[in-house]
Design a protein around this ligand. Sequence first.
Ligand SMILES: *Cc1c(COP(=O)(O)O)cnc(C)c1O
Length: 404
Amino acid sequence: MRYINKKFTIEKISIENIAKKFGTPFYCYSYYQLKKNIINFKSKFKSFSPLICFAIKSNTNVNLIKEIKKFGLGADVVSMGELMIALKAGINPKKIVFSGVGKTSKEISFAIDKNILLINAESKSEIQEIHRISKLKNKKIQIGIRLNPNTDAKTLKQISTGKEENKFGVNEKTFLELINYCKISKNLQLKCLSVHIGSQILDNKPYKKMLKIIDKIIDKVDHKFEFIDLGGGMGISYNQKDKKLNYNEYCKEIKKFLKKHKSKIIFEPGRSIIGNTGVLVSKIIYIKKNKRKSFVILDAAMNDFMRPALYGASHRTLPSERKKNKSRKSYEFVGPICESTDKFISLKNFQELKEKDLIAICDVGAYGMSLSSNYNMRPKLPELLIKGSNIKVIRKRQKLKDLL
Ligand SMILES: *Cc1c(COP(=O)(O)O)cnc(C)c1O
């Protein structure tokens, strides 16, 4: 994605031309960027060839998952619906892991029937339930236990998951008890220790600390884990000043860990695979000035893209056409929804805009469309996949008729 002749262009098509054909607002993704991200991710860890399970919750478009599957990735799912969409995309069940604190009996039963690689349990009650269901089905089930390493991921507090006060995983004491519980069970095979300390992590230290804690626990127990699932959370650069996660350093730490504890590493990346592949294109409906500021009222809103309202996240917001000589202005970019949090970003020194201009909100591939809703009776947006000069509609715009 870049400006060609001053026009914001995805692969070989300007967003202006896409908008002419499909209307606004819409999500579009670059196939080339997706491919590049997957190849890069794999190459960073190729020395121990991990199983890479794409976190479906970051983007649930079946056509994108199909593309991701072609590179051999598996899936990390957190609900029956996600498990179904991963299977529909053709992902091998033996590459699927199921995470989440509240899997229902129905979900556990479905996962068992589909013979997925691992159910990563997050409590004693859940393990007892998996045991009960697998006994009923007279099956041996491979499970993991998610450890809460009480490690601060140093990210936004809303997307931090590895601290004691978070609902995720079990603490060390419970973890040790549960190992013994699994040993007695004839239906449970404890294959995996899993962790996931949070999302949008840019600092290596939390990962390093997390590995140290896992190392210590494994030293304490008499159990061989075939898999160590390190979760996802690798951050991306939303803004130029964001620092970059040092993958080499993380890889080195993992290799050190593997020398001591031979096992297969699993990753569950979402954002780092799909985040920077997507752009949300929106048209300015009105520009409204008051004494203090100018509101740019877009045709996209918080229901279409929720990260700013939900987490206070800020995303690069750019004009579809760069104009050098225009004067610079301060703008607050908002949507039409009846909520004051329906605001994308405030920017100073932006090129002067006019009504009907197009705006691109960048890096929305992860937790963009998948977090969208029909709030205010607004139909869901279409998704387009760009490959060179080819545009493929990978999700149609929802019709108002369907909402009615
Ligand atoms: C959300 C989630 C992920 C993916 O996180 P990213 O930050 O998108 O990489 C991985 N594993 C689990 C258990 C999750 O809940």
